[in-house]
Design a protein around this ligand. Structure first.
Ligand code: CA
Ligand code: CA
Ligand code: CA
Length: 155
């Protein structure tokens, strides 16, 4: 269970937390998960009302923005072409893999609905207390769990 969690979190955190492209600042380094200041910075970005907790709405707010960024023709769907448009050659394969994973219903395009199930999944896992609110401690624990996995594999 731990392993699956780490795996999905690798996509979740490094892949832009809720999918749809990497957060530029995090994509290159892979160091974010072990830097408490960076984790807190990410946490605050999500905690838009500064309540000290991330609600599911806050958790998914950025997802829409990222989605729109990829959906360059604004038709409500992100195609593989759109998704890989800004990927460099060495990132292309991984981006394609990510696309396949994110395409929950396998119809070859990503919609916000594809992300919805996964987001709920991620959120529920990060929210270890299950109160619908991700605290900084829960967020940090999730990031650290991901980092531990990262240290033992090349993924
Ligand atoms: Ca909040
Ligand atoms: Ca599109
Ligand atoms: Ca919680």
């Amino acid at each position: 269970m731990r392993k699956t969690f780490g795996n999905q979190l690798a996509i979740a955190l490094v892949g832009g937390l809720v999918g749809f492209a990497a957060v530029p600042a995090l994509a290159g380094s892979g160091d974010a998960a072990k830097d408490p200041a960076r984790i807190e910075e990410m946490f605050k970005k999500f905690d838009q009302d500064a309540s000290g907790g991330i609600s599911f709405d806050e958790f998914t707010a950025h997802r829409g923005e990222r989605f729109k960024k990829h959906d360059t023709d604004s038709d409500g769907q992100v195609t593989l072409e759109e998704f890989t448009a800004d990927a460099s050659a060495d990132k292309l394969e991984r981006r394609k893999e990510r696309f396949a994973k994110m395409d929950a219903n396998g119809d070859g395009v990503l919609t916000l609905e594809d992300g919805e199930t996964r987001s709920r999944d991620y959120f529920a896992k990060i929210d270890s207390s299950g109160d619908g609110n991700v605290t900084l401690a829960e967020f940090t624990a999730a990031a650290e769990a991901h980092h531990k996995k990262d240290a033992t594999t090349t993924q």
